[in-house]
Design a protein around this ligand. Structure first.
Ligand code: PMV
Length: 330
């Protein structure tokens, strides 16, 4: 064998400070709005990819069990692109584990597809290239493009004619001592996946065009506040980005509701916390969990406050982490 056929990569989820929600209608999985996220070290996906001449189909083992067909299909789409780029024809066995709830709105697809892209590229003998891994991941899961990079990463909106669109680094992890406290409100899988939820929003919500129109200005405020390390400027824009995204989803017909009672209690608790002088700002993805962006030094106190909220099961303290990377290869 002249080139390695097996590799293991790890990646972290990212939490969008400026949300992506909705695709362009030009194909190629292009986002309708620019987004900016922080890659988080407290949660991890580990993925092994082995191209194997003895198997007839790609196989996905997710958290030690055979994966559902729709997950396997998305993995195959990424592997097919890696085969095309590398000239390898073998099918692959993919084993992936998450140390946090899968498909629950904790951004597991972001870490999953960025880890998969990086491991599959190395296993297929392609050179390590964060931009290429980011673009490959983005073609299957838009938010995954950003986890190819550590620290703070952005992804511009797609324009007609785009085929390749990788995320870009805004600042490395050590740029800013921020923390994101995740208040977990449910351990099971979410009811409406992000792909389905955003498509339904784009198809039926009268607020979707307004969301697409207003998102770039919020994105610009968020990028400037990250670069300036200004939490007081960042926080209100982060909250507005998340709640505007949910407002668009809530105005769909029928409404897409990711909130539970605990989500709403947690929103109120973050506001109450601020009025007591503890500075933290919330964001919410396509699930019921509430994430609080705060200073590293305040993270424990914020976590304690969130654990008091009725319906919050536990908290996870995360801090800016590294991008997706290979940890083992044959
Ligand atoms: O790329 P997807 O399908 O995982 O969508 C992610 C959507 C949000 O998490 C809600 C926002 C974002 O930008 O990550």
């Amino acid at each position: 064998m002249t080139r390695p056929l097996e590799a293991v990569a790890i990646a972290h989820p990212n939490i969008a400070l400026a949300k992506y929600w909705g695709k362009r209608p030009f194909g190629h999985n292009l986002p309708a709005v620019p987004s900016l996220s922080v890659t988080l070290s407290g949660m991890l996906t580990k993925t092994r990819v082995a191209f194997d001449p003895s198997i007839a189909e790609d196989v996905l083992i997710l958290n030690r069990a055979e994966a559902p067909a729709h997950e396997t299909k998305r993995v195959r789409s990424l592997l097919a692109r890696v085969r095309e780029l590398s000239g390898i024809s073998y099918k692959a066995r993919v084993e992936s584990t998450n140390d946090f709830p899968t498909a629950s709105g904790l951004a597991s697809s972001a870490s999953a597809f960025s880890a998969l892209a990086v491991a599959a590229m190395r296993a297929a003998g392609l050179p390590d290239d964060a931009s290429q891994a980011s673009d490959l991941a983005r073609k299957t899961s838009v938010s995954a493009a950003r986890s190819a990079f550590g620290g703070f990463a952005k992804l511009r909106a797609g324009v007609e004619g785009d085929v390749d669109l990788p995320a870009e680094s805004v600042a490395p992890a050590e740029h800013w001592d921020l923390a994101v406290v995740v208040a977990v409100t449910r351990e099971g899988p979410k009811e409406v996946g992000s792909t389905e939820g955003m498509q339904h929003t784009a198809d039926t919500s009268p607020y979707f065009p307004t969301w697409v129109e207003s998102a770039p200005a919020l994105f610009a405020r968020i990028e400037a506040a990250v670069l300036a390390r200004d939490l007081g400027a960042l926080g209100p824009a982060v909250e507005q980005s998340a709640l505007a995204m949910h407002a668009a989803a809530l105005a769909a017909a029928p409404a897409t509701v990711y909130f539970t009672g605990a989500t709403v209690e947690a929103i109120r608790a973050v506001r109450a916390m601020r009025s007591r002088g503890l500075e933290g700002y919330l964001t919410i993805d396509a699930g019921p969990h509430v994430k609080v962006v705060t200073r590293g030094a305040d993270a424990k106190e914020v976590a304690r406050a969130m654990e008091e909220v009725p319906g919050v099961l536990r908290t996870i303290i995360t801090t800016p982490g590294e991008g997706a990377r290979v940890i083992e290869s044959a």
